[in-house]
Structures are given as structure tokens and as C-alpha cells.
Write a protein that binds this ligand. Sequence first.
Ligand code: EPZ
Length: 430
Amino acid sequence: MEQYIIKGGIPLVGEVEIGGAKNAALAIIAAAIMTDETVIIENLPDVRDINVLLEAMQEIGANVIRVDRHTARINGGKIGAHSVDYEFIKKIRASYYLLGALLGKYKEASVPLPGGCNIGSRPIDQHIKGFEALGATVKIEGGFINAKADYLHGAHIYLDMESVGATINIMMAASMADGNTVIENVAKEPHVVDVANFLNSMGANIKGAGTDVIRIKGVKKLHRTEYSIIPDQIEAGTFMFAAAATCGDVLVKNIIPKHMEGASAKLTEMGCIIEEYDDAIRVIGRKPLRPTRVKTAPYPGFPTDMQPQIAAALAIADGTSMVTESIFENRFKYVDELARMGANIKVEGNRAVVMGVEKYTGARVSAPDLRAGAALVIAGLAAEGITIVDDIHYVQRGYERFEEKMKGLGAKMERVDSEKELQLFKYREG
Ligand code: EPZ
């Protein structure tokens, strides 16, 4: 199995280019089948989740051509099956975006019920509530969600919580319903706005994405478009916290600084210097970092997908910090792994009390999920000595060329696939 091996203690210095947003791209790829014409999507991140979803779409009959690593040409005109195979949803939950897309276009869809995952149970009751409000009959049979409608009509939907997935899935279905739909208490994440902009570029009529209320006038057909995905705020934040934890000086390029306000504000509280440019942010770390308190919240609050990364930096701050996870119920599994590297963190319910220690020491650790894996890499980069991270397939789901980008910033980090390579690295780096 592939592993990352890292010789820590080297400040990250230099420039790093951020790729397209995984969580926008997954929904946009699914939405691309809502027209019978050809859609070209650019700035796709070349990561596992994207590649699996593209496969799932080919499986149901979409014509998918990977023009290059970051560009796909998709035509959903000949989709035959409206049922997505279990194999795909097992690999990637976001296949459930095909529910909204297929229901919107064909008025029927069948997608395996996505399991929970390592960070929580992750129900989809809000998605189903929205589809039913639009006139669909939704049944869960044999592990599948079967949604069907004679026709979809506009509705006034109030979400119980600002669910990113439910907001996007309902928005997709409603974009081709008859009449007007209002969705309240929606998620406002940048990737929700990106999906709305993409659908509008196909001829949808969606207003208010990024605010608390989205208003949609359904249309009969959607048409071809060419679209470029927004930069990935979570990948950007990961590199920002890595710069902080290694007391480095990193220019994070090709981003939208406004999307990074949550991370920038916290890094400033932690004593880092933040310089904002039009499409870049420079992070200059300090040693030791200052402690702070952070609570994850729906956008524009501090993103839950950056919670493990800030905790990894705070674990070597000079004092005690508080990290509160208010979105998912099981997102502290990385704490036990950080403890192996010398961290002193006590988890009490949805709060972690992070008592800063002077330094991490390298150890062998295992990534419990995508963002936790990234946090372990951050700890390894800051640690004294050598860290080996197992189960990096989680990390590869959401980070393109992660080790290459880190090496571009001066990190001594390799992705290895054998004991021999591991030993060679140890011998070389001492
Ligand atoms: C998206 O997941 C992201 N995934 C997650 O990123 C991210 O952590 C999450 O949004 C929050 O920002 C993708 O976009 C592919 P939610 P999603 O619906 O849509 C509860 C990563 O690291 N809920 O906003 O599944 C749910 O249990 C991943 O890239 C319901 O109760 O998240 C959670 O507590 C991890 N019922 C909260 O809402 C529902 O029907 C927020 O979930 C839906 C959600």
C-alpha cells in the first residue's frame, strides 16, 4: 500500500498553485448530464473522487472524454440507465448528486443509499424532503433510493440545516421543474455558488446562491456550456496551515482570497502574517504559534473541512486552544494519531482541548479520513524526525499531486510503495 514518508522540521518556503475545487467539481460533473448537448468542464482536479464519478457516469451511458488531466467533455444525451451501480456510491458518496441530476432531467433516478463515512452518519433526509416537495415519490428499497415523478413542480422548501449536498441536489432537480422553487436555510459555500453559476451557464434560472434563500424558475431544457471550476478553498487552507505549522513563508496562488477569510482570520490570531493579493495569499508563520479558539460552522464560518488541519497546527502552539466541531459527530479520529507524535489533545464530545506542546516527533501514523490524513502530513512536516503516513488513499481522494506540491515548497516528502523505497528515503535523508 502506498505511504507518505516525511522528514520534518523544514519550513515550507515558496509558491504553490491551487487546483479546482473537488466539492464543486463533483456536483458540476453530475449536473453536466442534465443537457443532451456537450458540456466542457475545465480546471477539474485530477483526484480519485472525480475520476470515480466520471466512471460512474460512463457506466450509465454518458459519453465522457478526458481531454486532459484537468478538462472533461461530457455528453449526457444517450444516458440509458437511470440507476447508478452500488460499486460507485461505495467508493464515493457524492454519486448521490446523480439523483438530483437524473430526477431533474428524466423525472426518475435510482442511486444506492450512500453509507455513512469515517466522519459521521451523514443521512440524506433533507435531500429526500426536497425531492418529495418537488413532487417526486422517493422510496428506499433494497439499499437504493428510487425517486420518480410524473412531473416536477415548484415548491417552497425550508431546510432543517444548511446542508451543502441537499442544497445542491434540490437545486439541480428544481432547475428543470415546472414553476418556481424557493429553498430557504440553504448552504452558502463557494461550491454551492459555483454549481448555481454552472447551471445558469446551461440556461437555468437560479438566483440567490450564496445567500440564505435560493429562488429558481424551472426551465424545460438545458444547453451546452464551457465552464471552469473555482479554486479549491480547502486545498488552499491546507497549505496555509502547513505554512503556519512549519514556520514557513508560502504564497498560495490561484485562489479567491474572500473564500479564505475563515482560515486567514484564525492564522492571524495564531500570530502569522497574512498578505492578501488579487488571486493569492502569502502566509508567513511564526514560532511558536499562538493558541486560539475555533468553532466550525457553515460558510462563511470556519470550514469543518479545515478542522483537522488547524488542530494539527494548534497542537504545537504556545498554550491551550479549543477546537469545536459543530457539523459532524466523529471528526476527531486523527487525535489519537497526533498523540503518537507527541500531541496533547483531550476530546470531550464535540470539543477538543488542545494543549500545545513544544514539538511533534516523527512516528508511523494512519490516515482515518481525507482531511485528517492531510492534518497528519502537516504534523509530519513540522515534526522532528521521520513520519510515515499509512492509508494515504484517503488523502489522494481530494489532493492532487500532494507530495509533489509539498516538495515544491522544500518539503522532504515522498510517496512510496515498498519497504525498499522507504529504507532508501531513510538512508538518504538520515
Ligand atoms: C459536503 O458534504 C462536503 N462533501 C464535505 O466535504 C463537507 O464536510 C460538508 O459538505 C460540509 O461542508 C462534498 O461536497 C462532496 P452536509 P455533505 O450535507 O454535503 C447533516 C471533504 O472533506 N445532514 O453539508 O454531505 C450531516 O449529517 C468532505 O471534502 C443531515 O442531517 O455535507 C452533517 O451533520 C467531507 N441530513 C450536516 O448536515 C441531510 O440530508 C452537514 O452536512 C444532509 C446533511
